[in-house]
Structure formats: structure tokens, C-alpha cells
Design a protein around this ligand. Sequence first.
Ligand code: TXA
Ligand code: MG
Length: 358
Amino acid sequence: MRTRVIAVDPLAPDPAVIRTAGRLIRRGRLVAFPTETVYGLGANARGERACARVFEAKGRPAEDPLIVHIASVEAMAEVGREIPDVAWLLATRFWPGPLTLVIKRSGRIPRGVSAGGDTVAVRLPAHPVARALIEAAGCPIAAPSANRFGHVSPTRADHVRADLDGRIDLILDGGPSPLGVESTVLDLTGPSPVVLRPGAVSIDQLREIVGCVTVATPSRQHAHSPGTATRHYAPRARLEAFDGPGARDVAMARVRALLTEGHRVGVLADDEFVADAPAAAIGTSLGQRNDSAAAARLLYGAMRHLDSLAVDVIVTVLPRDEGLGRAIRDRLNRAAEGRVIHVPALAAAGQERTPALG
Ligand code: TXA
Ligand code: MG
């Protein structure tokens, strides 16, 4: 299959292009498109066969359910059933936007979308291209992130092409995704709302509307939302993450030690850290220090860039656990597969030690 790439204006996409893309979706073909979070790989959510193609193209296991993207708040009624009041409340407050709600699945959405389960994830994206495409298709669009399974999510059309060229029909290139990390996934099917995946809508924002929100522990996350398994969102290189008040100094010492050992070292950190790192390390900027919006926007592109330069180790410092920082920490924790070193303030006062890492 030849994969076509068509550039569109992110704010005012050409209606003729959108009509063509919408027709492809309606006929069961696969179209990658920009959303405000990451690029999605879209298929007609009413079509069992179309959705099966998504799993095939991504190499995604059939037990990992898809998010259904809709064009209006009211369209949630087609996708779900017995929808609780809190879902409508959250939808009204946060849609269009980066919040995904897990509700009971209606019979109109095939089981395959939900990996055979009784629930379905639904969201109304804010990106003008995504919205226009769903409108034009005239059906809800099932779309996971448009990457090969287990790889870093795509925030630009060329990321999609690198992963899925020849496996899908069309890529709409609407420039970089403005937020850069995936939507927050909130499960509303239990006794109280549970965050299955931290994302672009913060827990504090959710609490303002629903009061009690809990965050799933990794084991519960995994049981209820397979896409939250560790070793996800991961670059090919080994990632080592440093956390806590003394993290910066110890991470810098680690960069030096790795270089001395002869490694090809990538650094994934803010401008200041990158500027201070030894010239032999390959620095990729996550923006200014403490700017978590910039870090979110740059994160996945930076990981892909370091992979393309074939570094064997990436050293990173985790942002603070607040706002968007929580989503970034979540992704980096997974990418590090447990290689997260907690550094108390003491180490910052000069007691640098190189942590024992396997
Ligand atoms: O921002 C986003 O959410 C992007 C854009 C394209 O919308 N999509 C995305 O999709 O990240 P994906 O498939 O890569 O991740 C969807 C997440 C997975 O963690 C999956 O397990 C979870 O949502 N999910 C989907 N349906 C679910 C369900 N019925 N119950 C629990 N979790 C579900
Ligand atoms: Mg994904």
C-alpha cells in the first residue's frame, strides 16, 4: 500500500482534502491525523473490519482497547450507554480537549474497539483538523496513537511516516501536535472516578469538577487499561531517570561517568542542564527549566531524535509532580522501566555518588 501524505493548515484545513479523508474513513480505510495531544490513527468506529486494520497496522495486541473520537458532546450517547451524570458534566467542562472518559459501551460500537470489553473510551478532540475529519466522516473515529505498538507516540507527521509508511492509506500533516502528551484517561465505570493514565488535563483540574478522583496504581492501571503497561512510550536506548532535590547534580555526574565508560550518551533535559553537560554528550532540549508545557511538547520528538542518533543511554531528570509534570513523569517512568534513581537533597550538597545501575 502507498501511504499518501497531504499537508493541511492546522487551523483551517482545506475542505476538499478533509472530504477525501472523511470518505476514506467511512469506507473502512486508515487515516492518520493530528490531534492536540498526539497524532491518531483513525478508522470508522462502527466498522469491525476497519478497527481490526488499526490493530494490524500498529502491530497492537487485540486486548488493548481503542479510544473513540466524536464530533460533539451529544455524540457520546451513540458510543456509550447508561452514561452517568458526571460524564456529561466532565464532557461539558473539558471537551473539546484532552480528556478521555471510560463509560459503558453501546451496542452500536463493535466489541473489537473495546478489545472485547463492556466499556469504551471516548473523547472529543480540540484540534480543528481532527474535528473537521470526524464531521466529514459522518461516523465516530476509533483512533489510538499513530505509532507502532510500544514505540514513542508521534507528535509530527514524519513520526507517523517513520512508523507506519506503507501500512496506512493517508497521513494528514497538520504540523506539530500542540500539547505533545496523550489525553488523561478517566474511568467512570466504577464507584468513583479513577485516572487510568495521567495526561494533559491535570488531576487538580478534574478534582475541581468531581471532587474525589483517585489515581490508579500501576497494577490496577494495567488490569483496567492495558495501554498503561510499563515498557510503553519507550525509546530504543536505555533510559535512566533521576528524581528528587539532588537529581540534577547526580544526573550530571552519571553523564560524565557514562561518557568515561565509552557510552554514546543522550541527555534529555532543560536548556540549562543541556548547556552544562559535557560537549561529548548529545543534548536534546525540553525547553526552559520548570516549563512543563514546553517539556510535554518536546518530549516525544526528543526521544525519537536521540534514537535516530543511535545513543545507547539517555539520562534524564524528572520534572516536579504537578500539573503536566505528572503526565511527563508517568511517561518517563515507563520509558525508564524502573531505572529511576531517587536523590535526596543531601546528595546535592556535594555527596555525589554514582548510583548502582544494571
Ligand atoms: O491523546 C490521546 O488519547 C491519543 C489521541 C490520538 O487521541 N490517543 C491515544 O490512544 O493515546 P492510545 O490507544 O495510544 O491510548 C489509549 C489508552 C490506552 O492506555 C488504553 O488502554 C486506554 O486508553 N483505553 C482505551 N479504551 C479503554 C477502556 N475501554 N477501558 C480502559 N482503558 C481504555
Ligand atoms: Mg498509544
